[in-house]
Ligand binder design. Structure first.
Ligand code: SF4
Ligand code: SF4
Ligand code: SF4
Length: 319
């Protein structure tokens, strides 16, 4: 074995050991974040042939930021339900009071964490906790960016991902205005995209998403989208001093299935300022640009092939 091969093998075994250690850190059996996406897609495929279409409108979740206490139980429940790596519930619950805390930095979702809660401040004093996950857009940019059709918007509201079609191009990650799809960078053999499924597997069994079910602060409310929008506006009308007059997600990027109420402007909480137009329009031009770039990038290859063929032809002619 030469030095290069030795180093390669050492690196591979170290990575494998690291991954094994990571997945057994909780002492419980966990699965790749992608298994949850895969399971949900399989259920969708199996169910869509037999089940009745959802009556009327799809479902939605209202996140009332003014009620969230930063207990992070929703994060724990999401990991638990999706069999993502997890820690004891008490370790999540103490985050708001402990120092240093996971809240000291702004986090994003990753391949094994479909939802996270971040902390911001109102007037630099009062903490504001904001849960983040896939928004399950009505016209998803991830879906329109994917040229192999790995995403589907279900009648229930969930935007689901089909790992078996995915080629790993990651256009969906660039297209999503909320920075949601994550990539399994640690998966050496077949890395895939992962994200929140809106607990499609629970919704079709008549249950609310796992994160909604565990929230005892009334910060997460699940229901039909039209009812959720009515409820959000009722809250705004009844408590104008509590909220800014804006239901985020009612219209942003064509509307989303997760909607938010906030005590401060959404830009201060890291929400992108989006127009009513779906981002799918931008994605179409983005995909076009990518295709143009692909064509441009392939020019040297085509030229090299052309040169090789023509010099071969010239050689044959000479002979
Ligand atoms: S959304 Fe609910 S469960 Fe999640 S951190 Fe806020 S209060 Fe806790
Ligand atoms: S939030 Fe991003 S990943 Fe989720 S449906 Fe919308 S575009 Fe897709
Ligand atoms: S809806 Fe389900 S998958 Fe999405 S954040 Fe909540 S528990 Fe996790």
């Amino acid at each position: 074995m030469d030095r290069r091969e030795f180093l390669k093998r050492t690196l591979i075994s170290s990575l494998t050991l690291l991954m094994a250690e990571k997945s057994h850190a909780t002492g419980k059996e966990t699965q790749r974040g992608n298994r949850a996406n895969e399971i949900n897609w399989a259920k969708y495929e199996a169910e869509k042939k037999t089940r009745e279409a959802v009556q009327g409108e799809s479902y939605a979740v209202l996140v009332d930021i003014t009620k969230c206490i930063g207990c992070r139980r929703c994060e724990w429940a999401c990991n638990e339900w999706n069999k993502n790596p997890n820690k004891p519930l008490s370790e999540f619950e103490k985050s708001a009071s402990e120092k240093p805390s996971v809240f000291d930095r702004i986090r994003r979702t990753d391949a094994e964490t479909f939802t996270i809660v971040n902390r911001f401040y109102k007037e630099d004093v009062t903490p504001i906790y904001v849960k983040k996950q896939c928004m399950h857009c009505l016209e998803p940019a991830c879906l329109s960016a994917c040229f192999v059709s790995s995403f589907e918007k279900t009648k229930e509201g969930s935007v689901l991902y089909n790992p078996s079609l995915c080629v790993g191009c990651r256009y969906c990650m660039i297209a999503c205005p909320f920075d949601i799809p994550a990539y399994e960078y640690f998966e050496p053999l077949r890395p895939q995209i992962t994200k929140c499924t809106m607990c499609f597997d629970r919704i079709i069994e008549g249950k609310p998403p796992a994160c909604v079910e565990i929230c005892s602060a009334d910060a997460l409310i699940f229901g039909k989208r039209s009812d959720i929008i009515k409820l959000a506006h009722r809250k705004l009308d009844e408590n104008p001093e509590r909220y800014i007059p804006h239901v985020y997600g009612e219209y942003e990027t064509g509307g989303t299935s997760w909607l938010y109420l906030s005590p401060v402007p959404f830009e201060k909480l890291g929400f992108p300022k989006l127009s009513k137009k779906p981002d799918t329009e931008k994605t179409a031009s983005f995909l076009f640009t990518v295709k143009v770039l692909e064509v441009v990038a392939s020019v040297p290859l085509v030229y090299a092939a052309y040169k090789a063929i023509s010099s071969k032809g010239d050689k044959e002619k000479d002979e």
